[in-house]
Design a protein around this ligand. Structure first.
Ligand code: ZN
Length: 96
């Protein structure tokens, strides 16, 4: 893998711990109201965490509470459901 492009910001997926280009990850933020939501623009000032755009990582992130840990919050039932629904639109086992 070519890692010489150091000007490209890298982030780590909280589920699989893979480091990838920031633009290749989905950013999630914890809003002031304590709701975790997807931040497609990646520009919200809130605390953020990153997940790969694939269902596996979302499952790990949600089921093993990695996301909650990274964002230092607790997901409500509804919030968790909303994120699971979002992840259902993502591809499964990755072959990127
Ligand atoms: Zn991942």
């Amino acid at each position: 893998m070519n890692r010489k492009n150091k000007h490209i910001p890298q982030r780590t997926c909280v589920a699989c711990r893979q480091t990838r280009d920031k633009k290749d990850l989905i950013r999630l933020v914890c809003t002031d109201g304590g709701i975790v939501e997807v931040d497609p623009s990646a520009k919200k000032p809130s605390r953020g965490a990153y997940l790969c755009p694939q269902k596996d990582c979302w499952e790990i992130g949600l089921k093993r509470n990695r996301l909650e840990y990274a964002l230092r919050t607790k997901l409500s039932f509804d919030n968790r459901q909303a994120l699971i629904e979002y992840s259902n639109n993502l591809p499964g086992r990755s072959r990127i």
